[in-house]
Write a protein that binds this ligand. Structure first.
Ligand code: NAD
Length: 297
């Protein structure tokens, strides 16, 4: 049996279309244009690529994009002052501070200075708490995209054994909370977990967010399981060029799994699409308008 390939690219295109449609509706019917502010401190090349791509897709969806590029020696106080200004700007519905920040800036302090209602990354402690207690939150983009795809491919997730590998604040922990909310039986594995292979073999759903190339072997996967591979790892090929791979050995796993996301083209494209969706959600909540169907979970 060969697994169904979960096409994150197609999924993201469809989600971005829904975002663009609702943005057009908000403009026409309510004269409101959702706005996303992205703050970048320093010149990290990968962060610059992410920020450009986020801004481009924001504009393509018909929303306003506000970019704030700050010098690497920006002080914490200066950054907090900008966050303050964005918090009180009614044209800004979503604020994203690109991570990582330079070492002299306290990342947690900055994230927690963002108005939780504008925290479209969902990293603010209020949003983490709201999610953990089953209340309306801004849901972190990567786990949100994973859950949307899981719901589509598995239907009702209730009672399924879900294994989340990785316990980071941006992927593993919120993913586990979302799956718990879906009534899965959730196990979280991490760097100190002893029996990972057995846990994988028992899981109907595996979400891998480790950051180790091809770490999860195909033979570990339970036949028919759904595998969501969040990992993005660059490895060198024998000819000296590089390629992107996930945390799961895709070629072997696809022979066993029921459905699996590829890398690239799986979870990655959904992350920015979910950021746009969160911005529209934040805009509707700020304007006391009903939330469109399908942009959050
Ligand atoms: P992280 O480094 O913060 O966390 C990695 C986690 O893996 C840790 O919780 C750690 O306990 C766990 N881990 C390490 N070794 C392990 C082992 N041997 N067994 C089990 N668990 C182990 O990483 P992160 O930010 O959560 O990201 C994880 C991966 O996902 C990275 O490859 C990252 O690039 C990728 N990522 C992709 C997207 C996307 O949009 N597709 C978004 C965020 C992160």
């Amino acid at each position: 049996m060969t697994a169904q390939i979960i096409d994150g690219k197609n999924f993201a295109v469809a989600l971005r279309e829904r975002v663009a449609e609702h943005t057009a509706y908000l403009k026409q019917q309510h004269n409101i244009t959702p706005g996303l502010a992205v703050v970048l401190v320093g010149e990290d090349p990968a962060s610059q690529v992410y920020v450009r791509s986020k801004a481009k897709q924001t504009v393509e969806a018909g929303m306003n994009s506000y970019q704030h590029k700050l010098a690497v020696d920006t002080t914490e106080a200066e950054l907090l002052a900008l966050i303050d200004q964005l918090n009180s700007d009614p044209a800004v519905h979503g604020i994203l501070v690109q991570l990582p920040l330079p070492e002299h800036i306290d990342e947690a302090l900055v994230i927690n200075a963002i108005d939780p209602a504008k925290d479209v990354d969902g990293f603010h402690i209020s949003n983490a708490g709201l999610l953990a207690t089953g209340q309306q939150a801004m849901v972190p983009c990567t786990p949100l995209g994973c859950l949307m795809m899981l719901r589509e491919y598995c239907g009702n997730l209730s009672g399924q054994n879900a294994l989340v590998i990785g316990r980071s604040n941006i992927v593993g922990k919120p993913m586990a909370q979302l799956l718990l909310r879906e009534s899965c039986t959730v196990t979280v594995a991490h760097s100190r977990t002893r029996n990972l292979r057995e846990l994988v073999a028992n899981a109907d759903i595996v979400v891998a967010a480790v950051g180790r190339p091809l770490f999860i072997e195909g033979g570990w996967i339970k036949p028919g399981a759904t595998v969501i591979d969040v990992g993005i790892n660059r490895i060198e090929k024998s000819d000296g060029t590089t390629r992107l791979v996930g945390d799961v050995d895709f070629d072997a796993a696809k022979e066993v799994a029921g459905a699996i996301t590829p890398v690239p083209g799986g979870v990655g494209p959904m992350t920015i699409a979910c950021l746009l969706a969160n911005t529209v959600t934040a805009c509707c909540r700020a304007s006391a308008l009903p939330e469109p169907h399908g942009l959050t979970v």
